[in-house]
Ligand binder design. Structure first.
Ligand code: ATP
Ligand code: MG
Length: 392
């Protein structure tokens, strides 16, 4: 467990299940880094454009985009800090990778034109995660940013990220593939032809089923890829090392409900198994009681007493509404809010205790009355993450 302040990291990865606020929290972290004079980059691979929405800017693409000064000013940032955002394009990241590792122009063209490669990014489980990791590594190595925040896409198993590099190289080096295609790979195209007319009956049947050139396409793909395998494997090892480096921190975002708390515990356990500590926990959308005092315990008797008192007070002002009914509704609403606030506080306390994180690693953000899609609201969120969060 790293005791380093959040913004002293070089890479922060926001993780968590769907819709909990990973993108928004990631954007708020980036914004705070910029407010403190850093050059920060927030990378998202969420195709839903939520990052652009949260930052209150129009479009985001594969090229990093520096936020205009006026957007930063709206978030109260006047200093020299910069916030850059980008929405990663999986296919382009893969193309960039392949062009880096291909030994020559011909191999590059062959692989880019190969139908298997063209479908690889969709077909291969975890390829989106892999390309995010790859991009992260690339951006980190380039050293252009003080802080990179990687916002991960929704996934039931956010740990797919950690497994992605291993899974991809594992797939490319798998015994299954070797068994099927090694003879062809070793002997080149002539060997492949021999192999093709050998005993691979099932594959030949598949070829008939799928139309022309199925085996040839696979063989071409693997031949071309083989030359890049070493590059990929080395890179995967470097990515894994980066994720375990103390410069990198994982921020788990979670909503205050028991099911999410349970998943958060699983997640943290898996991280630990992989030798990675959770750096921070953000409990988002926590329902709170207004002010900083304790949440009142309103039992039925107490609620009735307050209702009667309130109805009397309201009636004295001769209001244009029914004072009794209004008092009942108001107290009912407050009672419900107190109940929800108590329940959320219990879930948060349970999770904090179970994860055994130090207090400075845990942040709570209240449920705002509106969605976060402007720099001003994002700034508010950042103040809960980095400012005086005592009222939550
Ligand atoms: N504290 C909050 N109060 C109110 N609304 C919030 C809060 N945090 C996030 N939201 C809203 O919740 C929605 C989901 O947030 P966000 O897109 O950041 O979640 P996510 O975890 O990135 O989702 P996904 O898993 O789909 O990528 C957004 O509309 C956002 O504005
Ligand atoms: Mg998101």
């Amino acid at each position: 467990m790293s005791a380093k302040p959040w913004l002293d990291h070089r890479v922060l990865v926001t993780v968590g299940t769907g819709g909990v606020g990973k993108t928004t929290v990631g954007a708020a972290i980036g914004l705070e880094a910029a407010r403190r004079g850093k050059r920060a980059l927030v990378v998202t691979i969420d195709p839903a454009r939520r990052l652009a929405d949260a930052l209150g800017i129009g479009e985001l693409g594969h090229e990093p985009r520096t936020l205009p000064r006026e957007v930063l000013r709206k978030a109260g940032i006047e200093g020299p800090g910069e916030l850059v955002a980008m929405m990663l394009d999986t296919k382009r990241t893969f193309d960039e990778l392949v062009s880096r590792y291909s030994p020559d122009e011909e191999a590059l063209e062959r692989i880019l034109a190969n139908p298997i490669y063209q479908n690889l990014t969709d077909a291969l489980a975890g390829s989106r995660e892999y390309s995010a990791m790859e991009k992260l590594h690339q951006l980190h190595s380039a050293g252009e940013y003080d802080l990179i925040v990687l916002d991960t896409p929704p996934s039931t198993h956010a740990l797919e990220f950690l497994d992605a590099p291993r899974r991809l190289t594992g797939f490319l080096q798998s015994d299954f593939l070797k068994l099927l295609f090694r003879p062809a790979l070793v002997m080149g195209r002539t060997g492949f032809r021999l192999f093709r007319f050998g005993s691979a009956t099932v594959l030949r049947a598949m070829e008939r089923l799928t139309g022309i050139g199925f085996l040839r396409t696979i063989s071409d793909f693997l031949l071309a890829f083989e030359s890049m395998l070493e590059g990929f494997t080395t890179r995967a090892a470097e990515i894994e090392a980066l994720l375990r480096d103390p410069v990198c921190g994982f921020v788990l975002v979670v909503g205050p409900d028991p099911e999410q708390a349970r998943r958060a515990l699983d997640f943290s356990a898996r991280l630990q198994e992989d030798g990675i500590g959770l750096m921070g926990l953000v409990m988002n959308r926590v329902r709170t009681w207004p002010g900083s005092g304790p949440v009142p315990e309103l039992d039925e008797v107490e609620a009735k007493r307050i209702t009667e008192w309130l109805a009397k007070e309201l009636a004295e002002g001769n209001p244009p509404f029914d004072p009794k009914r209004t008092a009942r509704n108001l107290v009912g609403t407050l009672t419900r809010q107190a109940l929800l606030a108590r329940r959320d506080a219990e879930v948060c306390a349970h999770l904090e205790k179970a994860l055994a994180l130090p207090p400075e690693a845990v942040r709570r953000i209240p449920l705002f009355s509106e969605d976060v899609h402007a720099p001003e609201t994002l700034r508010r969120m950042a103040s809960y993450l980095f400012g005086n969060a005592a009222d939550v």
